[in-house]
Design a protein around this ligand. Sequence first.
Ligand code: RIB
Length: 297
Amino acid sequence: MRHDVVVVGSINVDLVVQVGRHPAPGETVLGRGSTTMPGGKGANQAVAAARLGAGVAMVGAVGTDAYADVALSGLREAGVDLAHVRTAGTATGLAIVTVADDGENAIVVVPGANGAVTPAVVDAAAPLLARARVCVLQAEIPVASVVRAAETAHRRGVRVVLNVAPATPLPREVLALADPLVVNEHEAATLLGRPVADSQQAAEELAALGVPSVVVTLGAAGVLGRDRGGPWSLPALAVEPRDTTGAGDAFVGALATRLAAGDTVRQAAQHATRAAAASVTWLGAQPSYPWKGDRLP
Ligand code: RIB
């Protein structure tokens, strides 16, 4: 079976705590409530793509604990193919997500079973990858596995969407396989090895490393990029933010969906901006993602 999108990446449970404001180091604040929901950058991107109508398969791992079911629930609901999701003899990946009144979040991730997504697991999924239109990668599984998946997909002529989140240094040869490379300003700074003062300039410098196309997400300031058609930028859409958790993942999942359907990077980014804007109006990552046919901002 051929999938539009194959995601190789993390699967977590998000323990989401709502607070008035984030605590300073050494400070205690009282939370207003807490809830668990499915998360993980890889799973989030898979769910975002599947909800928007793409045929999606996930390559990843969960643990043997009760959290595994929660972690997989959003993927199951969205109809993602889970044949290549393994059970590792350890805890499911866990993210402690604190969401403040202004919608901004702070996240600590304990990778757990995501560490079991080894290059050998990627090799076992090579036939699946070879039949995909788009392979989507992030950086919450071992770096060696991200590299192996990018090389495997690229060698088979499959488009690689590489979202270097969380910020992780990667070899230039791997960045050059990404079409597009998707980063925020912080991640761009990590890849360039210095602070970013001008985001468009950062996109140009990443492109100069041999990356075919680059997308830099700027949160409330929109998104910009550089592809074969030259540099471009798109404004953010005006929405009232309730929780920005996973908005970047909604963007990447929607982007991959449209790239698999034949859009240019810029066209796909335009659509992805709308999906990401919709996602910040609801609490959580996956529960906030739009379904195909929903009205978008
Ligand atoms: O990008 C948001 C995600 O980051 C959360 O769902 C959390 O699990 C962490 O992986």
